[in-house]
Design a protein around this ligand. Structure first.
Ligand SMILES: NC(=O)c1ccc[n+]([C@@H]2O[C@H](COP(=O)([O-])OP(=O)(O)OC[C@H]3O[C@@H](n4cnc5c(N)ncnc54)[C@H](O)[C@@H]3O)[C@@H](O)[C@H]2O)c1
Length: 355
């Protein structure tokens, strides 16, 4: 069996918690090199995971190593350049979400993948949530009929990430919307069959970010209210080309019950569904039924993350993306871009999505 040589760009949280251990679980994959601009990080990660070589310059790594595949795990605004360079050097790329900080950058990455004849996948591990896989079977079989309403919710009570650069607008491209709203949007779009989005009425607000009391109650360390420059709440109504609606609610910090909630609610003409816990609502023989599966495996972030590495390698073998192709990452990013644009205009009319 061929051995796949993998390189990692950006050795922070997601690289250490998901990508490197995920690849290292696979028999036919070797992580041969890693790169981080911070030398001490690159070195310590290479030591921790027994990675033979480390770099501080990804261009050098891509030139020196003959890599089959690369994971791009840098902050959002730094996804585009290393992805394009890796593709041009002949590697297949798994880029972390969001694909980029604009759909335009994402589209350039997709074009680079096409030019190079290489695969580009976006790291949306929620697609491997066992509840999502279950609900998707009911959508795909047509059992729910026409899905005319799709509500995606990802709300944290006090969950503002305080490590890394998550509060830096320039390098992240935004806050809660681009960080966690992106997962909810992708999953909702995926469950519904990735219908083309047409328009958006949306708002991305900073509502609690400068509130000192709220910051003190963060589940991680208190965030810096003086430096809070990104959105912490976002809401949107998206219209899709088949006339259906997708409604998004997301927040890093909001006055919601307990620690927050994450769910998707689908309503179709023949049945409805809820993601978590999975439930299906439909009528049979004149009886309105609430149906739940007998047994099910529970969502597990780490397990889903490992599957995303495995399916990425399987995609290379299959010579086609088996999930979340770059093109779908661009569609999701177009919705996010348009929510930000709708906010900027301040108008109450929907804004057309440039797709
Ligand atoms: N799929 C998920 O659920 C999930 C979860 C967390 C993070 N992410 C995504 O992963 C990405 C990274 O997030 P993180 O939490 O690991 O952040 P992080 O800050 O922990 O790590 C980023 C690393 O990239 C390094 N870096 C910055 N510029 C670089 C460059 N030019 N070359 C090489 N290295 C560079 C930084 O020094 C840092 O070590 C983000 O896009 C984020 O949205 C995805």
């Amino acid at each position: 069996m061929k051995e796949f040589k993998v390189g990692i760009i950006g050795c922070g949280g997601i690289a250490q918690n998901a990508h490197i251990p995920g690849f290292q679980r696979l028999e036919n994959v070797k992580v041969v090199a890693c790169c981080d601009v911070v030398e001490s990080v690159a070195k310590s990660v290479a030591e921790k995971f027994s990675i033979p070589r480390y770099y501080t310059d990804y261009a050098k790594m891509l030139k020196s190593e003959k890599l089959d595949a690369v994971s791009v795990c840098t902050p959002n605004a730094l996804h585009k350049e290393p992805t394009i360079m890796a593709l041009e050097q002949g590697a297949h790329v798994l880029v972390e979400k969001p694909i980029a900080t604009s759909a335009e950058d994402g589209a350039a990455m997709v074009r680079a993948a096409r030019r190079a004849g290489r695969i580009l996948i976006v790291g949306f591990q929620e697609r491997f949530n066992p509840y999502a896989l279950l609900i998707k079977r009911f959508v795909d079989s047509g059992d729910l009929g026409w899905i005319h309403y799709n509500r995606a919710v990802y709300l944290r009570r006090r969950g503002v990430p305080t490590w890394g650069v998550f509060l830096d607008k320039k390098i992240q491209g935004g806050g809660a919307l681009i960080d966690i709203g992106v997962h909810a949007l992708d999953l909702a779009m995926y469950l519904q069959g990735f219908k083309k989005p047409v328009s958006v009425l949306g708002r991305a607000y900073t509502l609690l970010g400068r509130d000192k009391e709220a910051a003190k109650a963060n589940i991680w360390e208190p965030w810096d209210t003086e430096k809070f420059e990104v959105d912490d709440n976002a809401f949107a109504v998206v219209t899709l080309e088949d006339g259906s609606f997708l409604v998004l609610e997301t927040a890093w910090a909001s006055h919601v019950k307990s620690t927050g909630t994450s769910n998707i609610y689908l309503r179709g003409t023949r049945g409805g569904a809820q993601l978590d816990p999975p439930e299906i609502y439909m009528d049979r023989n004149g009886v309105a039924l609430d149906m739940t599966p007998m047994s099910r495996s529970k969502p597990d972030w780490r397990e889903q993350s490992y599957i995303k590495m495995q399916k990425f390698i399987e995609s290379i073998i299959a010579e086609k993306p088996l999930y979340a192709p770059g093109e779908e990452g661009v569609v999701v990013q177009s919705i996010i871009d348009t929510i930000y644009r709708s906010t900027e205009t301040g108008r109450l009319e929907p804004v057309r999505i440039p797709l």
